[in-house]
Design a protein. Structure first.
Length: 427
């Protein structure tokens, strides 16, 4: 069993982008080589700017290469909550942006000819309890009437044609959500950014940032300093102490995934005949999909502790147990991959992007990072080009941090996890 992300292990080998001389200056410096940073670098370089991206490890080594490889529609909060907070008109604008994000990923893969298995697989939100299906029925009406989004409600019997499991009580099918191979996508987007003229410097962490009186910044890195007219912080769940203002505004939650041995096409299709993306309705739920080579990827918030080799193994055992509860026919299947990572959550469970003290940022994707990181990278490129209206999150400032003296270490996660697990048992 490999304790590394399946998506990065089965993508083309990444070139070594380390050890290069850092230029003295650039128009834009991007800190972070995940999808947010790569998309920002790509779209900014296409505008003619001189762009330098610095990444402390390799591109895609953080959350961008460690996720469930799903490109799904829908907000990070319920439509009812969005309407309550922002009003119907603003909630619709946000919902449309989250839908448009999937289109942006598709557009880039087509324009740049990125072979990453992108296809509109559709997403099944499966009901873990009977009353969850009734809530989905109400959601279906709300989406159609107030957000212009048509979905299909499946009863427990109808779900049989989509999922070979007796564990769930029905589902809401969104036909337009997409699947992709995120490792290949990261690889292709990095190459596209370089073709556009961006420089990528790996294994060169940003260690400090100084704002200059006349405008611009000096960015300190492990391999020297660089002066930039504009800087973009694209670090999300992997934000370190060099950016303390952002660090304390994010809660980094562990997420863990197992991937089975290859099952063969026929057996895989018996499990999920139409290769849908599957997400269950619990607060502490699971996400499930088939890989392009006919494995099952099964993930979730299995443990409320940082990802380490030991905690990953423990989480893998929990995920294997839960997987076989949902699909008893997988009880004897070998697990080939197991890994963990961090997901960046904001305190109000909505992404945030904008400018603070001259520094641009986009963070807190709350599990919707594949599409929203790509979309927001494009939006930030427009913002830096003098078009603030391109930011769909422009008026959603970070909320006040509710925990005194919080510095980014989420010591309270086990208590929060226990609370939501109890809610799942009761509701």
């Amino acid at each position: 069993m490999k304790q590394i992300p399946y998506w990065m292990d089965t993508a083309p080998a990444l070139p070594d982008r380390s050890g290069k001389d850092l230029p003295d200056e650039a128009d834009v410096v991007v800190i972070g080589g995940g999808l947010t940073g790569l998309s920002t670098a790509y779209h900014t370089a296409r505008k003619g700017a001189r762009v330098v991206l610095v990444e402390k490890d390799q591109v895609g080594s953080g959350a961008s290469g460690r996720n469930g490889s799903m490109c799904t529609q829908g907000l990070t909060i319920s439509t009812a909550e969005a309407r309550k907070r922002y009003g119907q008109e603003r909630a619709r604008e946000l919902y449309d942006a989250f839908r448009d994000a999937v289109d942006v990923v598709e557009e880039i893969t087509r324009t740049e000819k990125i072979d990453c298995d992108f296809h509109r697989a559709g997403r099944l939100a499966v009901a873990a309890k009977p009353r969850h299906l009734e809530a989905m029925r109400a959601k279906q009406r709300d989406l159609a009437e107030n957000f212009g989004h048509e979905t299909q409600l499946l009863t427990r019997g109808e779900l049989k044609s989509e999922l070979s499991s007796d564990f769930y009580h029905g589902a809401l099918l969104d036909p337009d959500s997409a699947a992709l191979h995120v490792g290949k996508y990261v690889h292709g987007l990095a190459e596209a950014a370089e073709r556009a003229g961006a420089e990528i410097h790996e294994r060169n962490a940003a260690t400090g940032l100084t704002r200059l009186p006349g405008g611009g910044f000096v960015v300190e890195t492990l391999n020297g300093t660089i002066r930039a007219r504009q800087v973009m912080a694209a670090t999300d769940a992997y934000t370190d102490k060099s950016l303390p203002w952002f660090r304390k505004r994010l809660i980094n939650v562990g997420s863990f995934i197992i991937v089975t041995e290859p099952l063969g096409e026929a057996r895989a299709k018996e499990l999920i005949p139409n290769a849908r993306l599957v997400v269950d309705s619990k607060n502490i739920g699971h996400y499930i999909r088939l890989t392009p080579d006919h494995r099952v990827a099964f993930g979730g918030r299995a443990a409320f502790s940082p990802s380490t080799p030991a905690s990953d193994v423990k989480s893998g055992e929990i995920l294997k147990r839960d997987m076989t509860a949902s699909f008893p026919q997988l009880a004897g299947v070998r697990i080939d991959y197991l890994w963990g990572g961090r997901v960046g959550f904001s305190w109000d469970r909505i992404p945030h992007a904008g400018e603070v003290n001259g520094l641009y940022y986009s963070m807190g994707y709350c599990g919707h990072g594949v599409q929203m990181a790509t979309y927001m990278g494009r939006a930030v490129a427009e913002m830096m080009d003098g078009k603030p209206e391109a930011n769909p999150l422009r008026d959603l400032g970070f909320p006040k941090v509710p925990v005194p003296f919080y510095n980014g270490t989420a010591w309270f996660l086990p208590f929060g996890g226990a609370y939501y697990q109890a809610k799942d048992k009761l509701r």
